[in-house]
Design a protein around this ligand. Structure first.
Ligand SMILES: C[S@@+](CC[C@H](N)C(=O)[O-])C[C@H]1O[C@@H](n2cnc3c(N)ncnc32)[C@H](O)[C@@H]1O
Length: 393
């Protein structure tokens, strides 16, 4: 059984659970900091994951407020097994009726590492699904249905060698789906990665923010939400914890009760060479209620002129593919040259997947951070833009 603790709050006693928030590689530390801010306890970081403890309120806050979590799992069972038959029996021995009603549909997600018994995660999911079906059939003569499209309950299995952790996924659809992005061009950034990049840069809304290749506007929209303390989940319609037997509407209402926005009087600039991309960014910003906080412009970065000092410039240029009208090497050389000559006195951050691209920037790197954009390994490099000569990276 996943450890459960008693925790005294002012009015009631809430159980404390062992939780895992999943994230993208490189964002573990910023996520841990966010979890600390919302009141999680016993926080430790892992690979693409942060482990912590918290009660139902913390689970709801984790889903509604964390900007760098992809999903939040609540551990319900932890066991070791010797072979597949024992795995099945241990799964069947769980009191599933506590977590799943016969009329609710469900789905199982599995990850398997270093297992001699399970060569793939599908096989583990299948065995666990059989165990759950047999548990219910033996008890009631009926079984809950599987639904892989839009499940009401999502069960997560993590098998590492001979140990298995079973959790309930409290989020359902990945939390990067905030609900504001209705229009997107090619290669939009994942919202969780965008928020993580902003946190990693240290930008906190006390200076201007500039994204001169904004595409569908993910970075400036996330920046505007961070600056005004707009909850990450404000536009999201649902979470799977709302289908749990222990769902507490009052606590969720308390967590989502509207709070005053933080005052923000610096500037956020978003521009792009493509007019249609800029329109997408504007539509998304309107949907995210931050349109009036962003200054939009259709403009080639080559011609962009903004008077800024101490601003954070964040660029996610095209990479990996050849540009139609322009050579990618020239594009990166232009970015380096413009940063140096037009944006001295500011701090620039560039996310790109290719070392060659960074060489073409031609500026001295102050910081290099390894991140993943989907499955693509990237560097997120910082350039402090002093005036003076260009020097190689
Ligand atoms: C990888 S996408 C950015 C995606 C964006 N971060 C998002 O989340 O949707 C790169 C963007 O750079 C823009 N771009 C390419 N060359 C440009 C230039 N010279 N000046 C300004 N924008 C440019 C493209 O139109 C495209 O929208």
């Amino acid at each position: 059984m996943g450890q459960e603790y008693k925790l005294n709050t002012k009015s009631k006693t809430l159980k404390n659970f062992r939780l895992v928030a999943k994230t993208s590689f490189g964002l573990e530390q910023v996520l841990a900091k966010e979890i600390e801010t919302i009141g999680g306890s016993n926080i430790t970081t892992g690979n693409r994951a942060v482990f912590y403890e918290g009660d139902l309120e913390i689970i709801y806050k984790s889903n509604y407020l964390l900007r760098t979590a992809l999903r939040v799992l609540k551990e319900i069972e932890l066991f070791r097994f010797k072979n597949v038959d024992q795995f099945y029996l241990k799964c069947k021995g769980i009191e599933w009726s506590k977590y799943l009603k016969i009329e609710q549909n469900f789905m199982i997600n599995s990850t398997v590492v270093h297992s001699k018994d399970f060569s793939n995660s599908m096989f583990a999911s299948l065995k666990a699904k059989d165990a759950i079906a047999d548990y219910f059939r033996e008890k009631t003569g009926k079984r809950p249905n599987v639904n892989t499209e839009n499940p009401e309950i999502v069960i997560n299995l993590h098998i590492n060698q001979d140990s298995c952790t079973i959790s309930l996924d409290s989020s359902g659809e990945s939390l990067h789906k905030r609900g504001y992005r209705i229009k997107q061009g090619e290669a939009p950034l994942n919202e969780v990665l965008a928020a993580g990049m902003i946190f990693l840069s240290g930008w906190d809304g006390t200076t201007d923010f500039i994204d001169p290749m904004c595409g569908s506007g993910t970075l400036p929209i996330e920046a505007a939400m961070i600056a005004q303390n707009i909850p990450a989940g404000k536009f999201r319609k649902n979470y799977t914890f709302e289908n749990w037997a222990d769902y507490n509407y009052e606590i969720f209402e308390k967590v989502t009760a509207p709070k005053p926005k933080k005052k923000f009087n610096k500037k956020i600039y978003a521009s792009d060479i493509s007019g249609s991309n800029l329109l997408n960014a504007q539509t998304n910003a309107r949907r995210g209620l931050v349109f009036n906080k962003i200054i939009f412009q259709t403009c080639d970065f080559k011609d962009l002129s903004i008077t800024a000092n101490n601003a954070t410039i964040m660029i996610n240029p095209p990479y990996g593919e050849r540009l139609k009208h322009e050579n990618i090497d020239e594009l990166y050389a232009m970015i380096g040259e413009r940063l140096k000559h037009r944006f001295a006195g500011n701090s620039a951050w560039i996310l790109s997947a290719s070392r060659e691209n960074f060489k073409n920037i031609g500026l001295k790197t102050s910081k290099k951070i390894e991140l993943y954009n989907g499955s693509l390994e990237c560097r997120f490099n910082n350039y402090k833009l002093f005036s003076g000569k260009l020097s190689g990276s």
